[in-house]
Ligand binder design. Structure first.
Ligand code: LRH
Ligand code: MN
Length: 388
């Protein structure tokens, strides 16, 4: 059984990566609601990410999305992040918003369109060189809407070709994280629809290619922790896009819809020691705060991951292992439920106090007046969004 100090040390070592686009306006196909104080550029998004890190002590990196975070000088953006006490994490490509990509990007029947898409992926690696980022995160909206629209097999060949060229471009210490999604915006086939397809392409590519699990991208009822355990065993889990959902790709706060699922996922991570920074699992958030205040929602999300990890670290491994070996089904289940039902909030409040942080990060945010400051400072200009 881990001591409270060991649990606190492990939670302190965990870095959650927040998403630049979660600080900006986002919505659904029906409406994108603006909010006061929303950033107007990537520099202000990083300022907000730095506040989340300062208050939680656990969000040291922020992922960018290109071109939503396009700037003239990425090195100066990285320097700005450093001044603010954070680093730029994964670089997300975007080949899903250009008119040319209606019938696909890297899988498009038109070689000129495929070339354009691959050039964007290569540009994202150039940006990684400038920001010092190690992760290229790839998500393809590519797919078809009607049977017969295109050759399912030919599209896989085109995808493999594009991934191989991009893989060759990766430098020392860089890797690509291939994300999958069951459906949307395509509604018949999606070219990377599930973990198996991503895993197969990553195996074909090599050790610098790993799978990223977006927790909102599965069919209802999918056992995500099984996928986690399988990919960890194969050393092919690169990271997570954490969020939660009640129905589809809802992109709600991680742990909000199903905190027990998040705990089960972190239990598989802890069982493999993959919560340790050396394991290089990217614990990223990929959320949209369409109606709720964005910065407090992201602080809450980081806290939800910290709480789930603390609970997973409190699983009595010896009792669990013995019960499993003895076929003691209820005993084994109880070992997990005892940890899950442990209130770790006092322990995490203590951890924050240990490091000079306010035990109540969300209260501290409201007391800081930061919201009032940015609301006034950012009153003019155009709020950033995802341009959909
Ligand atoms: C696709 C996705 C992907 C991002 C986008 C913002 O649904 O999860 O990770 O590029 O959201
Ligand atoms: Mn995602």
């Amino acid at each position: 059984m881990r001591t409270n100090d060991a649990v606190k040390a492990a939670v302190r070592a965990l870095g959650v990566e927040t998403a630049s686009w979660a600080y900006a306006n986002s919505g659904t196909r029906f409406k994108v609601f603006g909010q006061p104080g929303v950033p107007r550029d990537p520099y202000e998004k990083i300022d907000d990410a730095a506040v989340v890190n300062r208050l939680t002590g656990g969000a040291p990196t922020v992922s960018l999305h290109i071109p939503w975070d396009k700037v003239d000088d990425y090195a100066s953006l990285a320097a700005h992040a450093k001044e603010q006490g954070v680093r730029i994490g994964a670089i997300n490509s975007n080949v899903f918003q250009d008119d040319d990509y209606k019938l696909g990007s890297v899988t498009n029947p038109d070689p000129a369109v495929r070339r354009k898409a691959i050039d964007h992926l290569l540009e994202c690696v150039d940006i990684m060189d400038a920001t010092g980022s190690a992760d290229l995160k790839l998500w393809f909206s590519d797919g078809t809407n009607y049977p017969g629209q295109d050759s399912i097999r030919a599209r896989q060949d085109r995808l493999a070709e594009a991934l191989a060229e991009t893989y060759q471009r990766l430098g020392e210490g860089q890797r690509m994280l291939l994300e999958y999604k069951l459906f949307e915006p395509a509604f018949y086939t999606t070219d990377v629809p599930d973990w198996g397809t991503s895993y197969a392409h990553c195996m074909e590519l090599g050790e610098k290619a790993q799978v990223v699990i977006d927790t909102g991208h599965h069919a209802p009822g999918t056992n995500i922790e099984f996928i986690v355990a399988f990919l960890l065993r194969a050393a092919k889990l690169g990271g997570f896009d954490f969020n939660s959902r009640f129905y589809a790709d809802d992109d709600l706060m991680v742990g909000a819809a199903d905190p027990f699922q998040l705990f089960r996922i972190l239990h598989e991570i802890v069982s493999a020691g993959a919560h340790e920074p050396a394991a290089r699992i990217a614990f990223m958030l990929d959320q949209c705060h369409n109606i709720e205040p964005k910065i407090p929602a992201i602080i809450r999300s980081v806290m939800n991951v910290q709480e789930a990890l603390a609970k997973a670290l409190l699983v009595d491994d010896d009792t669990l292992a013995k019960a499993q070996a003895d076929g003691d089904v209820l005993g084994a289940n109880a070992a997990l439920m005892d940890a899950y039902n442990t209130d770790v909030r006092p322990l995490l409040a203590e951890l924050r106090a240990d490091h000079g942080l306010d035990p109540d990060p969300i209260g501290a945010y409201h007391r800081s007046g930061y919201f009032e400051t940015i609301t006034a400072a950012r009153a003019d200009g155009v709020q950033a969004g995802w341009g959909a």
